[in-house]
Design a protein around this ligand. Structure first.
Ligand SMILES: *[C@@H]1O[C@H](CO)[C@@H](O)[C@H](O)[C@H]1NC(C)=O
Ligand SMILES: *[C@@H]1O[C@H](CO)[C@@H](O)[C@H](O)[C@H]1NC(C)=O
Ligand SMILES: *[C@@H]1O[C@H](CO)[C@@H](O)[C@H](O)[C@H]1NC(C)=O
Length: 221
């Protein structure tokens, strides 16, 4: 903000006191949308969104995109609501993709082939001469990431195989336990069967062959 005269400062103080600052602050609004961060893969193209709204319209409006607050990467001018912006200057990797004749005053750009040095703050700044040169800006933060799809997949694969292995082992262990328990139960059942049959034999043979039957049953088990 440029230094203001004492009179202007008094006016601003009075306006603030009367709650008028709200209407002044909302005259020109610049927004990058709901989230102020965007993530892009190294080598991809990324959309940097920005729209602005004015209450009383605009004339010869100037908008500028800055990287890390200092480096100008796009500079455009819009004569009126009836026209699309004209280019003043730009970084060759920046493309204007917005439109200012539609409902939104869309001044979004696309930055192509991003790499890690492009990570940082992107500020969209608007100045409207029709509103006594009112200015407003909004920033979006770009993060550049590796082609992490594959890394992610490998990690997922490792996790899945480890978890799968553990589950597989548990299932196998439970199966083996079941089989062993089944065999033990079968053996016990057979033992019981043998005892039953031997006692049956006992009954039929009137107890005389009891000791014989027990001897017969023993090798079976
Ligand atoms: C980033 O992308 C560029 C071009 O696509 C490539 O040359 C570079 O090796 C990539 N860097 C990393 C760390 O993946
Ligand atoms: C602005 O324009 C770009 C490119 O056409 C589009 O992707 C984006 O959704 C627009 N943003 C809004 C808020 O309309
Ligand atoms: C831009 O700013 C970010 C932090 O906001 C910093 O990490 C990065 O190195 C800066 N990039 C350049 C090229 O100055």
């Amino acid at each position: 903000m440029a230094p203001r005269s004492p009179a202007a400062r008094r006016r601003a103080a009075l306006a603030a006191l009367l709650g008028l600052h709200i209407s002044i602050a909302f005259a020109l609004e610049v927004s990058v949308g709901k989230t102020n961060t965007v993530m892009a893969l190294n080598g991809s193209n990324v959309l940097l969104p920005c729209i602005f709204t004015t209450c009383i319209g605009f004339q010869d409006l100037v908008f500028t995109w800055y990287f890390n607050s200092t480096e100008m990467i796009y500079h455009g001018k819009i004569k009126s609501k009836a026209s699309e912006p004209s280019l003043v200057g730009r970084n060759p990797r920046v493309e204007f993709v917005g439109s200012t004749t539609g409902k939104d005053n869309n001044i979004s750009i696309v930055l192509s082939e991003v790499d890690f040095s492009d990570a940082g703050k992107y500020t969209c700044h608007v100045k409207n001469p029709k509103e006594k040169n009112a200015q407003h800006s909004a920033s979006i933060f770009l993060t550049v990431v590796h082609k992490m799809v594959e890394t992610d997949n490998t990690l997922t694969l490792i996790i899945v195989s480890v978890v799968g292995g553990v589950i597989g082992f548990l299932v196998f262990f439970m199966l083996v336990k079941k089989v062993i328990l089944f065999i033990i139960k079968k053996m016990q059942d057979r033992k019981k069967e043998c005892l039953v049959s031997s006692s049956g034999n006992d009954n039929t043979e009137n107890g005389l062959a009891g000791s014989k039957a027990d001897q017969k049953a023993a090798p079976k088990a």
